[in-house]
Ligand binder design. Sequence first.
Ligand SMILES: [Fe+2]
Length: 249
Amino acid sequence: MNKSGNVKIFDIHTHIMNNVDDGSKSIEETINILKEARKAGVTDIILTPHHYKTVFENSKSLLLEKYKELVNVIEREYLDINLYYGNEVYIFPEMDKELDKYFTLADSKYILLETSFEVHQLYLENEILKLIELGYHPIIAHVERYKFVQNDIDLVDKFIEMGAKIQSNYASIIGYYGKGAQKTVKKLLKKEKIDYLASDVHHEQTIYTYLPEIIKKLGKVTSAEYLEELMYLNAEKILKNRNIVNNLA
Ligand SMILES: [Fe+2]
């Protein structure tokens, strides 16, 4: 919600690109998701298909081709959404040596990272630190969904102290991912530990259609100013960091 009372959303975590991961299954589904997004107040979207070694590995050239296709779709359908490309990278050992294989967010130095939901991997902190030393800004995706974070919420402080940014999913607050994620996100919101809220949308008729209900709930937990940062302003700063690296190089 911005100062004029309108909902304005910059979504930095989505699986809208069709047929590249476990997200949208067809171009038709993608178009439907984009229409839902616009209706919900989303004006800017970063496409972040999974980059998950041996599970989802798409070449950058394929993703770029599909990105251009979707930009055309947006124009054809008059959807008025700014589209950017990126990846959600599943953290793996020595991932800093393969920076040419995956996209940062919108040509910036911000990288969206995910890790195991169950296990606190031994290499996690080390990989994050290495990226920070190289001048990148790692964003830990849906931090409230990891069991090891739910069991030890102070780990979020540790990630922040290391220099990482924190992303949570919109639907966690309504219990979409279970009680553990719901409780954890509430605590983190109250302490203002989160930097970005994002949809992590995979399919039509899911997160975007729940957004009005979710935003109402969020309004009861956080201040309007902080919510505006989470929904739009902090994501906008990622764009100001663009062109420092060129993913096409
Ligand atoms: Fe995701």
